[in-house]
Design a protein around this ligand. Structure first.
Ligand code: 8X3
Length: 240
């Protein structure tokens, strides 16, 4: 679907599943025109059809792909930098450098690339209402065994949120930091496709769902332009 110029436009990266998909659905139900962006077009097109949004293929690790996204957007009122993920859970001594590179390229540089490309459009939102929501993690506050690379990357996302807030007063910046959210793909990716290990993380636990996080996205995005939420930590009741 074409992107209307007379409706508030939200861009959600990593929208083909999990928190990204749920956020896109929640925002659409609140009246946003949602541009869903990710690599997997088959899933995106179905989602866009469901929510009356627009699907755009995006690889946040590829500058050309990010620039192409910016080119098709007549306006942007909200950017949800959600693309990212974890790969591996080995002790630092055994981590693979290519896993670090992937985690930095998606979580950190992906957030920077998309933010840089869309910032002027966000700045042009009416009455300085432009908003960026960065998907951080409790991993950006803590260090846990096997988390060295992912912890680093999510600490990096937090630095991006803070730097933007200091440097740019025309655009609001919120960081959402989820804890344990039962999202199959996140865990499968972390455990390199081992479905048993991926599921075991959530078994017998109280978990949040992607829809819980999407509810926070929807609420933050509904706030008036004078109101900025800096950081929200979102955890299931039993997660310390
Ligand atoms: C994912 C949450 O606790 O696995 O960002 O690091 S955690």
């Amino acid at each position: 679907m074409a992107i209307p110029a007379d409706k508030k436009v939200a861009v959600v990266t990593g929208a083909s599943s999990g928190i990204g998909e749920a956020s896109a659905r929640a925002l659409a139900s609140d009246g946003w025109h949602v541009v869903v962006a990710a690599r997997r077009m088959d899933r995106l097109e179905k989602l866009a059809e469901d929510i009356g949004g627009t699907a755009v293929q995006l690889d946040v690790t590829d500058q050309k792909s990010v620039d192409a996204l910016a080119e098709v957007l007549p306006r942007v009122d909200l950017l949800v930098n959600n693309a990212g993920g974890a790969k591996g859970l080995e002790p630092l001594a055994e981590t693979k450098i290519e896993d670090w590179q992937w985690m930095f390229d998606t979580n950190v540089l992906g957030t920077v690339r998309v933010t840089q490309a869309l910032l002027s459009k966000l700045e042009a939102a009416p009455e300085n209402s432009g908003l960026i929501i960065n998907m951080g993690s409790v991993a950006g506050w803590n260090v846990y065994e096997g988390g060295a690379a992912y912890n680093n990357a999510k600490h990096g996302v937090r630095v991006i949120s803070r730097a933007l807030r200091i440097e740019n007063h025309n655009v609001r910046v919120t960081e959402l930091d989820p804890g344990r959210v039962a999202t199959e793909e996140f865990s499968l990716n972390r455990f390199r496709g081992d479905a048993g290990k991926a599921a075991a993380v959530y078994d017998g636990e109280v978990n949040l769902t992607a829809e819980d996080i999407a509810e926070a996205v929807r609420w933050v995005a509904s706030l008036p332009a004078h109101f900025n939420i800096d950081v929200m930590t979102l955890k299931p009741r039993t997660q310390s």
